[in-house]
Ligand binder design. Structure first.
Ligand code: HSE
Length: 453
């Protein structure tokens, strides 16, 4: 009562509570179809939670035939996204088009029209998020994005609300299902990257053009968003270090396994005294870690925080209904919160906008990590001594080592070394010196390691 009398919450009449939240859907592809199906199937339970029905009243899609098929003709259809975002009967716009182009124009138009927005568009938020959230603040609307990172896993909710007491120290996530599927296939079947990619495409996991997935760009979009939420920093996608898995060789997966490690494509964000580490790359993880055993197209995010310790979030990172689950959770939040004045809502990026600090992202040469090094060498006396001398000169300490026994008549072999944690720039120097040795016959393969303990 005290709160109401202070005017912080508008009183709603019973009629207002039951007035449906009208949703306009931009794009009725896989996730749009899933959202329509789940909202229809679970209408009663969702309405009991939201306090009012949530209904899709209009769909905009270039493919009207598909839209008609999915909706069964139950809602208004248009090919024109702007007709939808300008429709005064719509309270919330759900953007499921993706990309930086028309999706951005439509979201900005919806915000200017005073409509709340729910989006799954990680690429757009990672690059233009600061501008979009500023516009949302100026117009007093919500921009919600649970579906943008790790599909159905409520990681945005966890970081914005559940972990709010903590100083978050680091996040490490398997946040791209396509690459995790490929890596699982390479390990299980001992096949090459190219063969595993073909499997992923056959299963419908990888896009026809899978570049964003396999080159780590999709994971970098997601870790940029998570780091902003975790550390109270702006979106820094352009400063992230990104390496994908397309150059990863089956040999390295096998050697890692022999040494007790699995290789995963991780998105990593760490809070450090000198700045933030923000990177995506294939990473060796001890095989006994829970996250190392996340297989196939599943996602998992490990968060280390000072009060709670380590927590892990696991589930489906893509797919029609898992992603719809996140979209609808956002719609329920909008239904519950849109009457609250903006300063009484949870801030979009967890921190109050005036408390966001532009902390710098550390250059990759300055990060601290353990390293896996694979060297192709002539099998001759003194080779190992030369290599270990170079490493020692750079203060790099070796943690483990194996040498493959050469096949009959073979004059070359592989040496695999794991180092203790060191600075990347020392490893860069050591590698260039090692590669200059005449007995070293190929480029050194270097992979980073994370203990995640
Ligand atoms: N391409 C993404 C993945 C889909 O493979 O995880 C969800 O962002």
């Amino acid at each position: 009562m005290a709160i109401e009398s202070a005017g912080l919450v508008e009183k709603t009449t019973e009629t207002e509570q039951l007035k449906p939240l009208n949703v306009g859907l931009l794009g009725i592809g896989t996730v749009g179809g899933g959202t329509f199906a789940v909202l229809t199937r679970n209408a009663a339970v969702i309405s009991r939670r939201a306090g009012r029905p949530i209904r899709i009243v209009k769909v905009a899609d270039k493919n009207l035939e598909l839209a008609r098929r999915v909706t069964g003709g139950a809602v208004a259809l248009t090919e024109d996204g702007f007709a939808l975002v300008n429709d005064p009967s719509i309270d919330v716009v759900v953007e499921l088009i993706g990309g930086y182009g028309i999706a951005k124009d439509l979201i900005m138009a919806a915000i200017s029209n005073g409509k709340h927005v729910v989006t799954a568009n990680k690429a757009l938020l990672a690059v233009h998020g600061d501008e979009i959230f500023a516009a949302a603040r100026a117009h007093g609307v919500i921009v919600a994005f649970e579906a943008a990172v790790a599909g159905g896993i409520p990681i945005i909710k966890a970081l914005r609300e559940g972990l709010t007491a903590n100083r978050i120290q680091w996040i490490a996530g398997i946040i791209n299902g396509t690459t995790n599927f490929i890596l699982s296939e390479m390990r299980d079947k001992g096949i090459s990257f190219a063969a595993a990619l073909e499997d992923a495409q056959r299963m419908g996991y990888a896009e026809a053009d899978p570049t964003f997935d396999i080159e780590g760009v999709d994971a970098a979009h997601k870790i940029a968003i998570l780091s902003a939420l975790a550390f109270g920093i702006p979106m820094q996608f352009s400063r992230a270090h990104i390496e994908g898995i397309s150059k990863l060789e089956a040999d390295d997966i096998r050697y890692a396994e022999q040494l007790g490690y699995r290789i995963k494509l991780l998105g990593i964000a760490k809070w450090r005294a000198g700045g933030v580490e923000l990177r995506v790359h294939p990473t060796l993880i001890p095989a006994r870690r829970l996250i190392a055993n996340v297989e196939g197209a599943m996602n998992a995010i490990l968060v280390q925080a000072d009060a709670v310790g380590s927590t892990m979030y696991y589930g489906k990172g893509a797919g029609a209904e898992p992603t719809a689950s996140a979209v609808i959770a956002d719609l329920v939040d909008v239904a519950r919160l849109h009457k609250a004045s903006p300063e009484h809502r949870v801030p979009s990026l967890a921190f109050q906008p005036d408390a966001v600090k532009d902390t710098s992202v550390m250059p990759i040469a300055e990060i601290d990590s353990g390293y896996y090094l694979r060297l192709r060498v002539e099998d001759k006396r003194g080779v190992l001594a030369d290599i270990t001398r170079i490493l020692a000169d750079q203060q790099i300490s070796i943690d483990a080592m194996i040498q493959r026994e050469p096949d009959e008549g073979e004059s070359q072999t592989d040496i695999i070394m794991l180092t203790h944690v060191t600075k990347e720039r020392f490893v860069d120097i050591a590698i260039s010196k090692i590669e200059a040795l005449p007995v070293v016959t190929q480029r050194v393969v270097r992979l980073r390691m994370e203990d995640l303990g």
